[in-house]
Design a protein around this ligand. Structure first.
Ligand SMILES: [Zn+2]
Length: 504
């Protein structure tokens, strides 16, 4: 995700002569308009007869023991920052999501077919699903099964054995509601399903919120494959992660199918409905790139056409792209999110700037290919990505030294405000502390070990745990082994120190 203060670095460039007090005042400005996130105001009745049942991807065709799901086997943990979301007893392998969006009624009708592995033997298991969505029925391995749905806890009352594999089908419908984000960020007041002024919809869900639109083990440590079938009245069209594998119009409904062929954490999923037009390009290395912008929105289309340029730059720094394609979808958000292989971009000048394209593209290596096991390590995503932002800036204007020196005061301020990057206040998710401190830390590591070892390490990490998760201990031990350097003092000081270390 893009941090709001990054925009203010640009402000600092423009008003370079501004006195410190003025810059401080700009930085403290929380008056930005919150995301257009009004939940749907309709009170549609929960009519189970509207649940679609004709999708070929539903239910019995999924074999939970299929070896192709092997790469999605995870070791889910209880998250240390957000333990009320997700359940370590479920290891989701594949989500088949058949979603029908009714823009008139603001109503979502879904059938979720979830192949999963039980990680423990117990009498019931649990997923997350917003109670704005009503469950119309559930099948476990083809048999009807009883569920209880209180708050966002969807409890399936069926015994499962450790390491057994199952398919759960959940039919549900309702008017989705976004959910308060655990942060005070001005560009991020809610997470999850959000309805636009024109009846479209989009989602962003970091650190959680996928449960506002599908039943999910909504935590980063459980990666799974995804297939989406999206239906909406034409000309509205649904967009999601992965490859567009089919697009048809059936009785006035636009039906698209997307397949994500790499396992993803739930916070990296995306779905958007709007009257979109698709643009296409290719990276220099031959990776297909696509972007979806609202019809008539030439500014967004022009901005997205720079995706190949951003992609080529990032690939030149980080090595071969970890996935098979990349896309972008533009939505009326104030921020941007690195949703896997289909980035979700807000439609502001800042979130459409090429620096944001670079930032979110970098996340495909740092955050998506390898994701943190636990939300206490979101610095693993934002630290290296912000450092690459700094490098980009240094190649397109100010010197790296100047970029770093200008970032340092913000780093201190936000560390004091939101806590050390590796031990932040969970009510202050995604604040600048997790961006700048770890970025400055990586620069210090580079200074200590030299350019060759540094860039070798930066390019190697996404290939080591590709498509998986890693904990802080695993990561830092790997960095020390890879570089042959003792770096614990730097890691401890920058990640856990209450006060900012000195910039060497
Ligand atoms: Zn980010």
């Amino acid at each position: 995700m893009r941090g709001k203060v990054m925009a203010l670095v640009a402000v600092v460039v423009i008003v370079a002569i501004a006195v410190a007090g003025v810059v401080w005042a700009v930085n403290r400005d929380d008056s930005k308009t919150p995301p257009a996130s009004a939940p749907p105001s309709t009170t549609a009745t929960d009519d189970p007869t509207t649940a679609p049942t004709e999708s070929p991807s539903i239910g019995t065709t999924v074999d939970p023991a299929d070896p192709k799901w092997k790469a999605a086997e995870s070791r889910p943990v209880e998250d240390s920052k957000y333990p009320n979301v997700g359940d370590p007893s479920v290891d989701a392998l594949h989500y088949g999501l058949d979603l029908t969006w009714d823009p008139e009624g603001g109503r979502l009708t879904g059938v979720a077919t979830i192949a999963f592995r039980a990680t423990v033997t117990q009498d019931l298991f649990q997923l997350d699903l917003s109670d704005a969505l009503k469950v119309d029925g559930a099948l476990l391995d083809g048999e009807e099964v009883e569920v209880s749905h209180i708050g966002k806890d969807l409890v399936v009352k069926a015994p499962v054995q450790a390491d057994s594999r199952h398919v759960l089908v959940v039919e549900y419908a309702g008017s989705p509601e976004s959910y308060p984000a655990p942060t005070t960020r001005s560009d991020l007041s809610t997470v999850g399903w959000t309805v636009t002024d024109t009846g479209g919809a989009w989602t962003m869900q970091e650190p959680y919120g996928a449960f506002t639109w599908y039943p999910v083990n909504d935590q980063p440590s459980d990666k799974a494959f995804y297939d989406f079938t999206l239906r909406a009245p034409a000309p509205m069209v649904g967009v999601a992660n992965g490859e567009l594998t089919s697009r048809t119009t059936e009785a006035g409904m636009e039906v698209t199918a997307f397949t994500l062929s790499s396992p993803a954490s739930s916070y990296l999923t995306t779905v958007a409905f709007d009257d979109y037009v698709m643009g296409e390009g290719t990276s220099s290395s031959g990776v297909p790139l696509t972007w979806w912008t609202p019809r008539g929105d030439t500014r967004s289309a022009k901005a997205m056409a720079k995706l190949p340029q951003a992609f080529d730059w990032v690939e030149s720094k980080l090595g071969p792209y970890p996935f098979d394609r990349l896309g972008g979808v533009v939505v009326p958000s104030q921020t941007a999110m690195e949703t896997q292989t289909m980035i979700t971009f807000g439609n502001t000048p800042y979130t459409l700037d090429i620096t944001t394209l670079v930032h979110e593209t970098t996340h495909q290596w740092y955050g998506d290919a390898v994701s943190p096991t636990d939300w206490s390590d979101v610095w693993m995503n934002e630290g290296m990505t912000t450092y690459l932002d700094f490098i980009w800036e240094s190649e397109h204007g100010r010197s790296l030294d100047r970029v770093l020196r200008e970032a340092a005061p913000y780093e201190s301020m936000h560390r004091a405000e939101s806590g050390p990057p590796g031990d932040y206040d969970p009510r202050a998710f995604g604040q600048t502390n997790i961006y700048y401190g770890p970025a400055l830390m990586w620069h210090q590591v580079r200074e200590r070990i030299g350019d060759d070892k540094f860039w070798e390490m930066v390019r190697a990490w996404p290939t080591v745990h590709r498509f998986g998760n890693a904990s802080r201990d695993t990561y830092l031990a790997w960095v020390e082994k890879q570089t042959g350097a003792d770096l614990k003092d730097l890691f401890d000081a920058w990640l856990l120190g209450k006060k900012s270390p000195k910039l060497g």
